[in-house]
Design a protein around this ligand. Structure first.
Ligand SMILES: [Zn+2]
Length: 148
């Protein structure tokens, strides 16, 4: 799902305007969008590197599994490979979700609707955005959302 989103979101983020034309809160005028663009791009590059690394690991584990018998029950080595691959797969899923969040943050930035809490409409503090540039909610709303 995230793979399909990736090229489109990167190439033409503002071309996709099939959304409802509701009045949207705008990026706070005092927010340094260039700086956050750089921060987000760095995160995107970082997550992509991690994804590549996990994919390489999965390939390695898969290749190694071919050399070992598939009989997990009697082969402790085989079990390790299965567990390892499962771990890699869940890591990959987490990274892809994180990449999607980062790409969406980049789209919001390009669309001029970045740094605004999607729940209460208040600006998200820059200090929070620096730590979590993909944040869509302020701290209070994020905590409230988690309780649901
Ligand atoms: Zn909020």
């Amino acid at each position: 799902m995230t793979r399909k989103l990736t090229p489109a979101a990167r190439k033409s983020p503002s071309a996709v305007t099939t959304r409802v034309p509701a009045p949207k809160p705008q990026t706070p005028p005092d927010l340094d969008t260039a700086r956050f663009a750089a921060i987000i791009d760095e995160h995107i590059a970082d997550v992509r590197r991690k994804i590549d690394s996990v994919l390489a690991d999965i390939r390695e584990v898969t290749a190694a599994a071919k050399d070992t018998p598939a009989d997990d029950e009697h082969d402790p080595e085989g079990t390790t490979v299965t567990v390892e691959r499962a771990n890699e797969m869940s890591m990959l899923a987490a990274l892809e979700a994180s990449l999607a969040e980062m790409l969406l943050a980049r789209v919001r930035l390009d669309d001029g609707v970045y740094g605004i809490c999607e729940r209460c409409g208040e600006p998200i503090p820059e200090a929070r955005l620096e730590i979590r540039p993909e944040a869509r909610y302020c701290v209070a709303c994020s905590a409230a959302a988690r309780r649901h």
